[in-house]
Design a binder for this molecule. Structure first.
Ligand code: EPU
Length: 422
């Protein structure tokens, strides 16, 4: 296992480019299953989660090859198995994205139940409901979601969940419906740009999907889909994380490839905190002014403040000039970073779904441990701001979602090394 050793307290300066979007790419890799042939994805980030999805597709009989540093070819001609095994799905919940395309094309799928997540329960009831509504039989057997259908028939399906729309369930339903009979209307569909990206890719494969980006998506089933070539959008959560690296170190950082519209609420929130943010030509430039002003934020489904930037934002607010309140509207327990930030000198008190952060003047280096991807990113940010040396342990969580984080931060002037944990 590796760790990061960070000598904090240096303002970061310079420009980095956003990687391809992990969360857009994962369902797009699964979507390749809808066609027989080679689908080529460009701008694919090199991440362990992408390798896990590749392993899931290989387990189904697909051949996956890197044709360039960020070009991935998914050849589905050999697909002859329909089981996503426990050993892979337990590593990455997003493996459930093969459920919809397997049902769409082969009318059978067995996908291990993902189980718990480091930051609380993440059920898959909406994914199951979606398939049942199209006429599939879906049972839970031996820890697996076992789905079968003689035929899938489109209909109106409401996907409202307790925390609003589900991105994963919207993706699975769109992919199953693309090869179903008739018209499926998804009510309360996810509206994130990653969902729009999947809509566009399905369109490039010959699917008839309308309404991407709105709360109602209409899918008119077709008989077959063709493989396609598609360039994955930039990763806005990664981009936002580097924007915060500039803000939290009082530096001057430009992130290229960031989509200011996607991040508009995040950018507005940073400005409210007194951070200078300039947006132009697909780049976001940030100039940190510490201490930031305290804030009240609430995460929610797009276009609300993204939960995937909440831990990193909480790190910034630990250096605010007063009391901030962060309410988690998606995952009430997503505060693994809080006790670790406290180890660095932050004052954070959590009563789910809320964290109250009383800003401090300084953070101090310490040993901290990562327990999930975005919590890990938050600890790196705090370590960059902290005086002295911070050891961030178990960074394999960070490798799931950030390609070469230490290289990017080093290019901005950070003192960060990857070492094997002793
Ligand atoms: N939900 C249900 N039932 C379901 C599905 C979801 O109740 O069947 C609930 C969830 O528990 C959650 C909410 O609905 O409260 C939203 O979940 P969603 O299904 O949208 O999440 P997801 O598709 O599993 C994606 C991202 C996550 C991100 C969430 C929310 C991918 C691969 N993952 O997950 O990203 O937090 O949307 O925006 O796209 C990350 O990158 O760090 C990450 C966790």
């Amino acid at each position: 296992m590796d760790k990061y050793v960070i000598e904090g307290g240096r303002p970061l300066r310079g420009t980095v480019a956003a990687q391809g979007s992990k969360n857009a790419c994962l369902p797009m890799m699964a979507a390749a299953l809808l066609a027989d042939g080679v689908t080529t994805l460009r701008n694919v980030p090199r991440l362990s989660d992408i390798e896990t999805m590749a392993a899931v597709l290989r387990a189904l009989g697909a051949t996956i090859e890197w044709e360039g540093p960020h070009v991935l070819a998914v050849d589905t001609r050999g697909v002859d198995k329909y089981v996503a095994p426990y050993d892979l799905v337990r590593r990455m919940r997003a493996s459930i994205a093969v459920l919809g395309p397997l049902m769409g094309r082969f009318r059978r799928a067995e996908v291990s139940l993902p189980g718990g997540c480091a930051f609380g329960p993440r059920p898959v009831d909406l994914h199951i409901k979606a398939l049942r509504e199209l006429g599939a039989t879906v049972e839970l057997e031996g820890g697996y979601v076992v789905a079968r259908a003689a035929a899938l028939k489109g209909k109106r399906v409401n996907l409202s969940g307790p925390a609003g729309p589900s991105r994963g369930a919207t993706a699975n339903l769109m992919m199953a419906a693309a090869l179903a009979e008739g018209v499926t209307v998804i009510e309360d569909a996810a509206r994130e740009p990653e969902t729009v990206e999947l809509v566009n890719m399905l369109g490039a494969m010959g699917a008839r999907v309308e309404g991407g980006g709105s709360a109602e998506i209409t899918v008119t089933g077709v008989d077959r889909l063709e493989p396609c070539e598609y360039e994955v959008m930039a990763d806005q959560i990664e981009a936002g994380t580097y924007v915060l690296a500039g803000a939290i170190t009082g530096g001057d950082v430009t992130v290229e490839g960031a989509d200011a519209e996607y991040l508009s609420l995040f950018i507005g929130t940073l400005r409210e905190a007194g951070v200078t943010v300039d947006v132009s030509n697909g780049a976001i430039a940030v100039r940190g002014n510490l201490p930031v002003a305290p804030l009240e934020i609430r995460t929610g489904p797009y276009p609300a403040f993204p939960t995937d930037l909440q831990p990193q934002m909480t790190a910034l607010l630990s250096l605010a000039s007063g009391r901030s309140v962060v309410v988690e509207g998606i995952y009430p327990d997503r505060f693994n970073h809080a006790p670790e930030l406290v180890r660095l000198g932050a004052h954070v008190e959590v009563t789910p779904p809320t964290a109250v952060i009383n800003g401090v003047h300084r953070l101090y280096g310490a040993y901290v441990m990562t327990s999930d991807l975005r919590a890990g990113a938050a600890l790196v940010l705090a370590g960059l701001a902290a005086g002295g040396e911070t050891n961030v342990r178990r960074i394999y969580h960070i490798d799931r979602g950030y390609e070469g984080m230490e290289d990017k931060l080093t290019s901005l002037g950070a003192a960060i090394r990857r070492l094997e944990e002793e």
